[in-house]
Design a protein around this ligand. Structure first.
Ligand code: SAM
Length: 283
């Protein structure tokens, strides 16, 4: 197995499914089966995952708010040569989940830290949202209090990258109201709910439309939610008027890929930027 030396102290940062157990990658199973210990956000929750994959490795609870001694004990285990895997309740550890302090402490102690990549809700949502994906900003959870939430949104109103948020279902309606008030109801957004699960819903529309959609169907205010918001109009990085003209001519005759490739040779602008620009234009 690549990058997994059975005899060397290593901290493995292991992604696990965000709902659909079939998304567990084989390397994650193999790693969890072979490490000395698994540090889990919630051992009771993760016991079900381990049982499903017949993993009998012992677990201990780890949280970034755990006391300093627990962090030190894990680092000592690593320094004594043990191999430790870190998992969260779902998805990729450290992404709105514990692990930052442990990874940092391990690296500072000179211990190898190896990622075992896999599911991550924000990336899954972005990959299917149809919003510009060349540049994006992940904002995690917005503050729960309305005043603070609006304050944070105001700082993001002119952001020139696609914005990605995690949101709790009981705050979704209030969050959409605040986004519409601060960004304007016409701003394009995507609600990505229950990804990889039975009731997966990916709904694109203006913030106003999403407010109506969620208001009319209480089921939309359940489950796990990622919200994506398009960059402010005019803020996204644009190509020059001349490049737009050249691309317009090329796109009339060629596929997006061919036009981007030829357009890059003519204008000197990066092919990928032209490709993304052309995709955004046709959307
Ligand atoms: N570490 C996780 C990851 O890699 O995505 C995120 C953990 S964070 C504590 C939990 C939040 O992630 C949820 O409240 C929701 O916003 C988002 N999330 C997790 N699973 C999801 C899913 N299946 N569909 C939509 N959003 C999800």
């Amino acid at each position: 197995m690549a990058n997994t030396n059975l005899n060397t102290a290593t901290l493995y940062v292991v992604a696990t499914p965000i709902g659909n157990l079939a998304d567990m990658v084989p390397r994650a199973v193999e790693t969890l089966q072979t490490v000395d210990i698994i540090a889990a956000e919630d051992t009771r929750h993760s016991a079900r995952l381990l049982e499903h994959f017949h993993i009998t490795t012992p677990m201990l609870a780890y949280h970034d708010h755990s006391d300093e001694r627990q962090l030190q004990r894990l680092v000592e285990r690593l320094l004594s040569g043990q191999r430790v895997a870190l998992i969260a309740d779902a998805g990729t550890p450290l992404v709105s989940d514990p692990g930052f302090r442990l990874v940092r402490a391990a690296r500072r102690a000179g211990i190898a830290v190896v990622p075992i990549p896999g599911p991550c809700a924000l990336i899954a949502a972005l990959s299917a949202a149809g919003l510009p994906s060349d540049r994006f900003a992940f904002e995690g959870f917005l503050p729960a209090r309305a005043g603070q939430r609006r304050g944070r949104l105001e700082t993001l109103a002119a952001e020139d990258r696609t914005l990605i948020f995690y949101e709790a279902p009981h705050r979704l309606a209030a969050c959409l109201d605040d986004m519409a008030a601060v960004f304007g109801g016409g701003r394009e957004a995507v609600l990505a709910r229950e990804l990889t699960k039975a009731y997966e819903t990916i709904r694109a529309g203006s913030l106003r439309e999403l407010q109506q959609f969620v208001g009319a169907d209480g089921n939309q205010q359940r489950g796990e939610i990622v919200l994506l918001v398009r960059a402010a109009a005019g803020a996204e990085r644009q190509v020059s008027a001349e490049t737009e003209r050249v691309m317009g001519v090329l796109l009339a005759e060629l596929s997006v890929r061919q036009a981007a490739s030829l357009g890059a040779k003519i204008t000197g602008v990066k092919k990928n930027l032209l490709y993304q620009w052309a995709l955004g234009r046709s959307g």
